[in-house]
Design a protein around this ligand. Structure first.
Ligand code: 5GP
Ligand code: ZN
Length: 142
């Protein structure tokens, strides 16, 4: 945990351009500024990713997402939309293993952020979809 760059940003060892902080979260500008205003929200408690949130941490951290989203949107009339991205695991493009949510303001279809959702719907029968949904449902916790 001592090597965690986001823990160092929380304790001030590594500088950051801070937007907001309270007992539970810190919000600061992502150094990459993929689009202008690209912001990160991190829990002050070190957890690697979303799989490590207990109910208490989730209740303290996740309700702040829409508050931050609205603040970013209101900060600049040129912001037309916002992608909120949370990468979990190296395969899912996580590179810093202290949980974080990206807020990426969108200005145009041709700005510097893009996502691809391939449509594979024709590969699945309704039975296969029900089976997938059921396996997920069985693993839901409180
Ligand atoms: P990930 O790829 O894990 O989802 O995102 C990590 C993000 O952290 C990247 O967008 C990267 O630009 C940002 N980042 C990495 N190091 C620093 C830093 O020292 N300061 C700030 N403000 N952002 C950082
Ligand atoms: Zn950390």
């Amino acid at each position: 945990m001592n090597d965690c760059i986001f823990c160092k940003i929380i304790d001030g060892t590594i500088p950051s351009v801070s937007v907001y902080e309270d007992d539970d979260i810190k919000v600061f500008l992502d150094i990459s500024q993929t689009t202008p205003g690209h912001t990160l929200m991190i829990p002050k408690k070190h957890v690697a990713n979303i799989f490590d949130y207990d109910n208490s941490l989730a209740r303290h951290v996740l309700p702040k997402i829409p508050v931050i989203a609205r603040a970013i949107k209101k900060s600049n009339p040129q912001i037309l939309g916002l992608n909120i991205v949370n990468n979990n695991g190296e395969i899912a493009y996580q590179s810093v293993f202290h949980s974080h949510f990206h807020f990426i303001p969108r200005f145009a279809a041709s700005d510097d952020f893009a996502m691809t959702f391939k449509d594979n719907s024709s590969n699945y029968s309704s039975e296969e979809l029900e089976e997938i949904a059921s396996r997920i449902h069985k693993n839901m916790e409180d």
